[in-house]
Design a protein around this ligand. Sequence first.
Ligand code: ASP
Length: 451
Amino acid sequence: MKVAKFGGTSLADAGQIRKVLDIVKSDPDRRLIVVSAPGKRSKDDTKVTDLLIACAKAALARGEADPEVRAVVSRFAEIGRELDLPPALMAGIEKDLRDRLAGDRSHKALFTDSIKAAGEDYCAQFVAAAAARQGLQAHYVCPREAGLVLSDEPGNARVLDESYPKLAALRDRPGVTIFPGFFGYTKAGRVVTFPRGGSDITGAILAAAVKAEVYENFTDVDSVYSTDPRIVPEARPIELLTYREMRELAYAGFSVFHDEAIIPAVLANVPICIRNTNRPAAPGTMIVPERPYHSGGVVGISSCDGFCTIFLSKYLMNREIGFGRRLLQILEEEGLPYEHAPSGIDNTSVILRDRLLTPEKERHVVNRIQAELAPDNVEVERGLALIMVVGEGMRYTVGLAAGATRALADSGVNIEMMNQGSSEISIMFGVKEEDRRKAVKSLYHAFFAGE
Ligand code: ASP
């Protein structure tokens, strides 16, 4: 059994939904289908989920949301008309949305979640109806009936373990089951949603629950590329990646999907395949627990702006017991997660996400460091980009770091920080944000030229 999840652009209009149905029909093993809400049809379009959020906001602010409701209803009506779905289904949507909006508004976040979740719910009903019209034995299932129980955290819910045995029974349903992504129910029966983009999470949970042969994630790109094609247009597609490689690449900006979203599938060892709804013949990228690798194999290079460094120096720091712990404790007490902590003999630095170290936090943290650790010097440097060079085969390869540093030197990029060895399968470089693109290009050409 395969679990296939289709993202918003794959369901943006009737034409896209027809492609989805063709994909479902082309493989009888695709029996559990997870759908997002209809997404953008063009660059300037609005996702149904955003239209629904506007409904919830309007209802909370003005007490009614008529124009906003019309925008949602007309979006579905257009899809329904083109797919020739029964008018009763369309009328049902308007009634349901108005019922949701007339619901309990005392808890704003729960109220908003009940509206936000409607896009996936209606889309699943539409896809099931359209599939049935094409002769498929297809059924919509409500996540509540299926047993998807989530924590009581609106907009940021997590799956509760008790869901898995119940969801496993989806395996035995006849025909094709269409499951709405993005939301589930609390124990008390309230609708709650995952974070944005959360249909990926639903898909991963279901794939784990039914022990799927593969979790297919259909989107609008052919595959994961060895580097960002906006920086290197000739970047080649990656056919096979391990979970660990995906995680390291996703850490610094590979954004095909959120690395946290796939955790349930990873824990259950279900292979994940990224595929394109618009080009279903393309093989896509498989993400697997293990893969054969040859030495030298850099599989991808990712990069991301938005980091900063707190740099400290103090003579004889290496002999001062507890220095590192006290530094990290200050960050902990200030609620700041740190990303990396490269250190030297008399100096140490901590790398953080720039947006988390607000100017006010910065002043506070620097004052505390000065008062509690008495360093000779403490500085904050902003505008750092991180670059990850990733590949399972790297640990067996001699001269890889040399090749990377040579490439950066040849292109005139100054390395602000380098971390090799903490992870066996990656080397991380810190460079100035303005050098990031140049650095990625030079590394790509060093490792992929001639392939
Ligand atoms: N429709 C939701 C969003 O736009 C969830 C998803 O598409 O995965 O975030």
